[in-house]
Write a protein that binds this ligand. Structure first.
Ligand code: ADP
Ligand code: ZN
Ligand code: ZN
Length: 733
């Protein structure tokens, strides 16, 4: 390999054939080597097409070649695409994420490229505009006159649309083109985003808000938490940091947990900055995706609001990242490349030496520990804007205050609901469980309806008239008879889902105007917006919903929130169960009392003495989090120790067990490292795959990635066996 050019990374027009590594957006752990014809000047980040098998694939020049394939076997780069390269920081970030998450480098690149077509020039449609010929000099039939009149005061349209709009045939339009009465112009591409005005005036800030905004608008590199109760003005405050970044001429990324549910956020942004931001999420159409990708790349998209994958867009000059509701577990991507977007946002900010702002009313324990340790800064907004009071939280002890049989609303909550509705105020019943009932069983033989592909019960959804598996999406109709004992009509629903709760509410309060909000009824952003507006406009008395209502919506007339099962998230042995319960309950509680009247929240629980319930009642978040942190420190759990989960899966149970034994034999034995398992994963069967899990726990100063690389070196996973690595696991599935 004498010809390997160590300066390839930055070289321009190297002499005869150098070898470069080209990374392809496929599940590959490293770039492939390609020859570069002498007349190409290529650098890291350049987009190229290369032959792969019989195809031509678009990839990115990553660095010098590895030199592990003999030169005569190498193929040559086919073409350099005429677009700006992937920015250096984006390349470095991809390297970093792949290393940290132990994910295939090419799979991470795929998130950054996500739309290879964006690299090709958009094929522009032609449209018709008024021509240069003087109409008086041509023969004007009534049809032609009509078309001329139309195009005089309309933006140009493609021929078919113009024909439809004016009621003529396309032949008429073509003829008018020949006569010069019309001329063809490129159809302007739609712009899915606008140019926000950095100097547009914001509201008058309270003094706490102004102090916080001033601290953030200094735009110092590093991470800062905006810690403020719901309704304290966190959004207004970070809008000031956005304005400051725009004035500095740089781009802004706002990461949000569920973009589809934030029409209110978009409306507010547009009201403040006079233009819509660019959006990035899975529901974008192909064209909007391409245009946004390009706008981010060429710098014309100034502010991007998006779900976690927006982190991987090729920003031309990113100057600020904001992670809103930073405690949300939705920032953890659980399939494909498994990563925590909030943590990766911090890394992205660090690589670019730019500020990162985390906002939350109930920050994650990790973030609180980082603030405590001085690694992150913090600004505080202790009060709701405009003096609105935080709602009072009370507990209902279900062991004493028992709901009647086949009912889930305790007598005291029922009385409170009745009183609230009687005064004309709004109430909300919250149950974080979709469907009618979480379990359906046969009264004759006890058979339980289970997903054939997972260790999970099938959940009855009356709204859709189906049984559904919430883990794999399997669906079936309710069988006419029990599959085990063949009795007919013997099925019984066990426990409540939100649909069953709605049934109870209807029986108790038949006069109340009720609305059920779950992912089954809120089918998309437009529908969400419509339903939330109905609630805000007081067209509804009683809202019954799942966590879909917990996010950022403002209900000024809501004064009572009843949580039907506050213990729901506490089962299952999740490290973060209590923390998450605290966060979700606080968030739901925060929906109440946002208007003039104070709010009131009642949590139904079987265990009111539990620490988290007492903390919710007293409102002492910091003491609760400090105690949680102490527990984690004592157990060596994150963030005081490190954790990685390994899930081994396959269709053949014996093969999975056999491989697990092999892995167990090779497991590391060293001080500071603990390997737990193999044990059946909590979902021991998922989509027909048997799953065994190892947990690797290390002391803080030991990186689990190094331990894992050593452990897994040379391990083969034949057939359909698969090992999924989850660094910093969240869900313990
Ligand atoms: P958070 O993000 O902390 O929940 P928001 O920024 O959404 O709080 O503010 C809550 C409500 O109060 C919003 O309707 C917002 O427009 C309003 N608000 C906050 N601060 C101000 C202010 N300084 N002037 C006027 N309205 C404000
Ligand atoms: Zn039966
Ligand atoms: Zn299933």
């Amino acid at each position: 390999n004498a010809a390997r050019d160590s300066g390839a990374r930055n070289s321009t027009a190297a002499a005869a054939e150098q070898i470069l590594g080209v990374l392809l957006p496929l599940a590959l752990f490293q770039p492939y080597d390609y020859l570069v014809p002498g007349d190409f000047a290529l650098r890291r980040g350049d987009f190229v097409t290369v032959p792969l098998g019989r195809r031509l694939v678009t990839g990115v020049v990553w660095g010098e070649g590895a030199g592990d394939v003999p030169r005569e076997k190498l193929k040559a780069v086919a073409q350099r695409l005429p677009v700006a390269p992937l920015p250096a920081i984006t390349c470095d970030f991809i390297d970093w994420v792949a290393q940290y998450c132990m994910a295939p480098l090419g799979a991470v690149l795929r998130m950054a490229m996500s739309v290879p077509e964006a690299l090709q020039p958009e094929r522009q449609q032609k449209a018709w505009a008024p021509g240069d010929a003087d109409p008086a000099s041509r023969k004007l039939t009534p049809q032609r006159a009509k078309v001329l009149q139309f195009v005089a005061d309309q933006p140009p349209l493609p021929a078919t649309e113009l024909a439809r709009a004016t009621g003529v045939t396309t032949a008429v339009i073509a003829a008018m083109g020949k006569l010069g009465l019309l001329k063809q112009v490129p159809l302007p591409l739609p712009r899915p985003y606008g140019r926000p005005d950095a100097d547009a005036a914001g509201p008058n800030l309270s003094s706490a808000q102004a102090d916080a905004a001033a601290a953030l608008a200094r735009l110092q590199p590093g991470v800062t938490l905006i810690d403020g109760v719901t309704g304290s003005g966190k959004t207004e405050v970070y809008f000031e940091a956005i304005a400051a970044t725009l004035r500095a001429g740089r781009q802004v990324l706002v990461l949000v947990p569920e973009i589809a549910l934030t029409p209110q956020w978009l409306t507010r942004f547009e009201a403040r900055f006079g233009a819509p931001p660019a959006q990035w999420h899975s529901e974008l159409t192909g064209l909007a995706r391409r245009l946004t990708w390009r706008g981010v790349h060429d710098g014309s998209a100034r502010v991007v609001v998006g779900a976690r994958s927006a982190l991987f867009l090729p920003y031309r000059d990113l100057g600020l990242i904001i992670v809103d509701e930073e405690h949300e577990s939705a920032f953890k991507q659980e399939d494909g490349v498994i990563y925590q977007a909030r943590d990766m946002a911090v890394v992205r900010g660090h690589l670019a030496k730019i500020p990162v702002i985390l906002a939350s009313a109930t920050p994650s324990l990790e973030t609180m520990v980082n603030v405590e340790g001085g690694r992150y800064g913090a600004v505080h907004l202790p009060a709701r804007h405009g003096g609105a009071q935080l709602p009072e939280i009370g507990l209902i002890d279900l062991r004493v205050d028992k709901p009647p049989r086949q009912s889930w609303i305790a007598p005291s909550l029922r009385a409170e609901l009745a009183a609230t509705l009687a005064t004309g105020d709004q109430a909300l019943l919250f149950l974080n469980r979709r469907g009618y009932a979480p379990l359906t069983l046969c009264r004759t033989c006890g058979h339980r309806l289970q997903c054939p592909r997972c260790t999970a019960w099938l959940v009855e959804h009356r709204f859709h008239q189906k049984l559904m598996c919430h883990h794999c999406g399997f669906e079936q109709m309710m069988p006419p008879s029990c599959p085990a004992c063949l009795s007919e009509g013997s099925f019984a629903a066990c426990g409540p889902g939100v649909e069953r709760l709605a049934e109870e509410a209807a029986a108790l309060f038949p006069e109340a105007r009720r609305l059920v909000l779950t992912s089954d009824t809120v089918t998309g952003p437009a529908r969400a917006d419509q339903l939330m507006k109905m609630v805000a406009a007081r067209e509804v008395d009683l809202v019954i919903g799942t966590q879909i209502i917990a996010k950022g919506h403002n209900f000024p007339h809501l004064t009572l929130v009843g949580v039907v099962d506050a213990d729901l998230g506490l089962h299952g042995g999740d490290l973060r169960a209590a923390e998450r319960t605290f966060q979700l309950m606080s968030q739901v509680a925060g929906r109440a009392g946002r208007g003039m009247k104070p709010g009131h929240v009642l949590l139904q629980t079987h265990d009111p003495d539990r620490h988290v319930m007492q903390a919710l009642k007293s409102g002492d978040r910091d003491a609760f989090m400090a105690a949680e942190a102490e527990d984690r420190r004592a157990a060596g759990m994150p963030p005081f120790g490190r954790l990685a989960a390994l899930i081994l899966s396959g269709r053949d149970e014996a093969a999975v067990q056999q491989k697990a034994r092999e892995l167990a034999r090779a497991a590391p034995h060293r001080a500071g490292i603990t390997v737990l398992g193999p044990a059946p994963a909590p979902l021991a069967l998922l989509r027909g795959r048997h799953r065994l899990r190892f947990l690797l726990k290390t002391r803080r100063e030991i990186a689990p990635q190094g331990v894992l690389r050593h452990w897994l070196r040379g391990q083969k996973f034949p057939g359909d066996l698969r090992l999924q690595i989850d660094i910093d696991p969240y869900s313990f599935m």
